[in-house]
Design a protein around this ligand. Structure first.
Ligand code: SF4
Length: 523
């Protein structure tokens, strides 16, 4: 349903008009709080439930937090954003939202669940207008309620505006504290709301100048799309941590986190929204503004390792090619032992790297593990506990293909190690003779503060244990990771333009006091 109109209010105030949001401080509780002190404990699923993560997320993977999209100049704007969000669904499955502008007001639809759960023909018919923005969101813990859904729409003295955000602001707590001391009242526990307060507080007028004013005060990782009565705006932080691409469909402008969205709606890739750029698209055309510039970028290399779809182009390069090259480099650095029968991936995320590994090693690529794509967001665990249930519901091993074989198992990364251990056990149970594990990225030792939901340091298995101890815990015959240098070489881009902090602990953007990972602050 379109949201009710609310009268404009005075400058220096922000009123989200979507629904009543509780006034609350940033959550300081650490999700995943139970330390994994014994990596050999088989009750990992129970621990996940205790720590606030439920059986909907029993597997230990790093999660992308959000995907964003925007359309300018189409009578089908809502449907095009809907399709774009569909193509970005892998970046967030908790909630989805679209805001359109039809010449008289903003129209909003937000909801919990998948894009296909939230929107249907009737809803899309009500989202009228020629421009639109949208958001898909993932949250791991705490508040996954409607109040943190995006886009967030507000009335300000500068006019009505809505925003959708992908990333994590590392100085949001400090800015919020300052604003609250001056009387600002926050309505969500999302860092995104900070940019709206700064926009409303700006002494500049219009939309572009107050936004530039606001964006220049932010630190950390952000890609934003905004919608106003004039058009849409898209911004990327000066380090370019998260991807944001610009495309064209006839005369319609399209903005999306990944180009897979362009392919679905039939748009062509034009270029990336550059690091430190604010793009303003109105009836007067496209204008580019500089937020600020830094010497070295810090693009997230994990987008290539795992997050982005392999059919997307991000940071100007195809993910499939880069991921396959990571597999090739891995085969050079950690070749298979003699008499290996087959290379199998952990599907689907490691399939492309495994193909690269098989290509260089000359060993047959095969699918020994099958992944179910239809488990949905929730499932009911049987009352009678089934060993490794969480992994089994997602993967199954093909005994006929694997029995008596010596295999190289390729995965893109190891986070807690609990899933890898279960998969190895699954392979052993169907009679695999030897399992040699190869990881197409370095060992993860540090959490992400730039927009990725990550377990805490103590939960990252490689931050505590040596490679040999991780090997023993997983129960594999050998274990090797791709080196940082080879991972960066695979991108064929300037290696100093990447963030590798989760592998090295060296954070390219200063972490201000109290900064939290995205496992506690939804984007
Ligand atoms: S810390 Fe890791 S996941 Fe986070 S931005 Fe850097 S490379 Fe990406």
């Amino acid at each position: 349903m379109p949201m009710p109109e609310i009268s404009p209010i005075k400058m220096n105030a922000v009123i989200p008009e979507i629904f009543s949001r509780e006034s609350t401080s940033f959550c300081n509780s650490k999700c995943g709080g139970s330390p994994i002190e014994n990596f050999g404990d088989d009750k990992d699923d129970t621990r996940l439930k205790i720590s606030g993560m439920t059986t909907k997320d029993p597997l230990d993977v790093m999660h992308e937090e959000c995907g964003i999209a925007a359309i300018y100049g189409s009578p089908d704007a809502a449907r095009l954003v809907y399709l774009s969000l569909y193509a970005l669904q892998h970046r967030g499955q908790e909630a989805a939202g679209i805001v359109t502008y039809n010449g008289s007001g903003l129209h909003t639809k937000l909801g919990m669940g998948l894009v296909s759960d939230v929107f249907n023909e009737t809803v899309l018919d009500e989202l009228k207008g020629n421009h639109a923005i949208g958001h898909v969101r993932y949250s791991t813990a705490g508040d996954s309620s409607l109040r943190n859904c995006q886009p967030i729409s507000v009335n300000t003295g500068n006019g009505r505006i809505a925003v959708a955000h992908n990333g994590n602001l590392t100085n949001a707590i400090e800015i919020r504290k300052n604003l609250e001391e001056k009387g600002a009242i926050f309505q969500t526990n999302s860092d995104t709301e900070v940019v709206l307060h700064l926009f409303a507080k700006s002494k500049e007028t219009g939309f572009v100048r107050p936004l530039l004013d606001a964006l220049r005060q932010l630190r950390g990782a952000y890609c934003f799309v905004f919608i106003t009565k004039k058009g849409i705006l898209a911004a990327r932080d000066p380090y370019g941590v998260r991807p944001l691409a610009l495309g064209k469909l006839g005369k319609t402008w399209v903005v999306a986190s990944e180009t897979s969205a362009f392919d679905l709606v039939g748009a062509r890739y034009v270029r990336d929204v550059e690091p430190g750029e604010l793009i303003d698209i109105t009836s007067a055309g496209l204008k580019s503004h500089v937020i600020s510039k830094v010497k070295n970028k810090a693009m997230c290399v994990f987008e290539y390792v795992y997050f982005s779809r392999p059919d997307s182009k991000i940071f100007g390069h195809n993910v499939y090619e880069t991921r396959r090259e990571m597999g090739r480099q891995l085969a050079h650095e950690a070749p298979p032992p003699p008499d290996t029968d087959m290379v199998i991936p952990v599907p689907d995320s490691a399939s492309v790297a495994a193909m690269g590994y098989a290509e260089v090693s000359g060993i047959r690529f095969d699918m020994g593990l099958i992944r179910s794509h239809y488990i949905g967001r929730t499932f009911i665990e049987p009352k009678q506990s089934i060993r490794d249930f969480g992994a089994k519901i997602k993967y199954n091993a093909v005994a006929e293909a694997l029995k008596g074989k010596k295999v190289v198992l390729v995965d893109d990364s190891i986070v807690r190690g609990t899933t890898s251990r279960k998969l190895v056990r699954m392979l052993r149970r169907v009679g695999v003779k030897e399992v040699h594990m190869r990881i197409s990225s370095p060992a993860i030792i540090s959490p992400c503060f730039y927009g990725i939901a990550t377990p805490t340091t103590k939960e990252l298995i490689a931050s505590k244990l040596s490679t040999e101890k991780v090997r023993a815990y997983l129960g594999v015959n050998s274990l090797s990771y791709l080196s940082e240098a080879a991972m960066l070489r695979s991108t064929k881009m300037n290696p100093t333009d990447f963030c590798t902090a989760c592998f090295t602990g060296k954070y390219p953007i200063a972490l201000e006091k109290g900064v939290q990972t995205n496992n506690t602050v939804p984007c």
